[in-house]
Design a protein around this ligand. Sequence first.
Ligand code: GLY
Ligand code: MN
Length: 461
Amino acid sequence: MFKSEVYIKRREELHKKMKTGLALFIGNSEAPMNYPANTYHFRQDSDFLYFFGLDIPGFAGVMDFDSGKDRIFSNDCDMGNIIWIGPQPTVKELAFKSGVTNTAPLPKLEEIIKDALSKNRKINFLPPYRGETKMILGSLLKENPCQMKTLASVDLIKAVISMRSIKEKVEIEEIEKAVDIAYDMHVTAMKMCKQGVKEQDIFGTIEGIALAKGGGTSFPIILSVNGQTLHNHAHGNILKKGRMMVTDAGAETNLHYSSDITRTTPVGGKFSQQQKDIYEIVLKANTEAIKATRPGISNRDLHFMACKIIASGMKELGLMKGDVDEAVTAGAHALFMPHGLGHMMGLDVHDMEALGENFIGYNDEVKRSDQFGLAFLRFAMPYKQGHVFTVEPGCYFIPELIEKWKAEGKFREFINFSKIDSYMSIGGIRIEDDVLITDKGHKVLGKPIPKTIKEVESICA
Ligand code: GLY
Ligand code: MN
C-alpha cells in the first residue's frame, strides 16, 4: 500500500466534498468458484482500495461526515483461521496503515447503521456490482438487495469520480509500472507469434508474466487471430501464416493499478503488403490522436479525428468512397471501427466503470449519442491534466456486420462492398497505448512497446 498519508488526504478531501451524512464502503469478500472454500483470485474493491488501501477480504469502512471520523470494521483472525492461513496482523494494526485508529468487529457495523437509520441520517454508498455486496447492503439498510444499485448516492458517485479521475504522482508511477509489465507481455507474445503455435500457449505465457511481475492481468486477455471479434477470449486456434494476431492485454501492479495495451502481429513476424496497408492506417490514427492529446481537447473530438483517418485510409484503398467528413458524420466508418477511441484507466482498467459510464464520460451538456459506433464511446468530455486514457483505434473486417449492411444496402454511397472480400483474412487490427494528460500536452506511459512495422518485424525476427 501507499503511505498512510495518501489515504488520510483522500478521505479528508471526500469529507470536504460530502459535508454531511455517512459513507459506507463495503470491501470485497472472497468469491467461491465451485464450492465455498475454493475461491477465485481475490480482488479488492477499487473504491475501498482508493480510500483505505487494505487489500484483504472482509473489511468495511465508514466515513462520518458530521463527526469527521473514519472507522474500519473487520474481525480479527481466530485460531481456526490461523492454522490454515498463518498468523495475521490485527484489524487495529492493519487500519493503522491506512491512518485509521478507530476500528470495530463487523457486528458493530450493523449497530452503527441501525443507529443512523433510526436518526434518519443519509447513508451514502456506491453502486454495488457483486451479489455478496448487494446482499450485505440490503441486509444493513433493510432494503431489497436487487435495488441497491438504483439506491446508490449520486452525490458520492460524483465526488469519488472527481477525485479518482485526476491521478496523483504515486498513481502515475504505479500505472507506468503496469505498462512496463505489459511491455514484457507484449514483446513475449510478438516473439511467440509463429506458424504452428497455439494461441493458448501464448495466452498462458503472458498471463504468467502478469502474475510473476504484478497482481495478474487487469482484465481477461484478448488474444486471437480472429481479432475482428473485439473481445475475443477464445484461444483455441493454431497460428497460420497469412493471419494477424491481436493481443489486447494489460497487467495490474501489486497495488492494483492497470495497464491496457494492444498490439497486432503478423504470424511469422513479416507483414504482407495488404497487412501493411491496413496496419499503417490504424497506426496513423493511433499516433495522430496521441499527438493531439492535451488538456481541453475532448475525447469525442479525438475519436472523430481517428475515425476520419481510418475512413480516409479506407477511401485511398478503395474500400470507402465519397466525402470522408460526411461518411464519418453519418457513421459509415463504424463498419470498420465500431468502438470508441478509448477510456479512462487507473485502479480499474475501465476506470470507475462500476460507478456508471455516463457519470464519468458525459454530463448535462455532453450527451451520449445513440449512433452505432459512437454510442460505444465511453467518455466524450474534454481532457484535464491528470487524466489517464487509452488511445485504441482499430480496423476490423466483421463478416456478420459486413453481410448485414451489404444486404440492407446500408451506406452504399460510402462503402465499396465489392472490394471488401479480398481483405477478410486481415481479421482485425487494433493498436492501443496508455496516455497521461499533462499540463500542456501528454505523456505516453511506460517503456515504449514496439509499434511501427519496422519495430514489430525486428522484435519478431
Ligand atoms: N482492453 C479491453 C478494452 O478496453 O475494452
Ligand atoms: Mn482498452
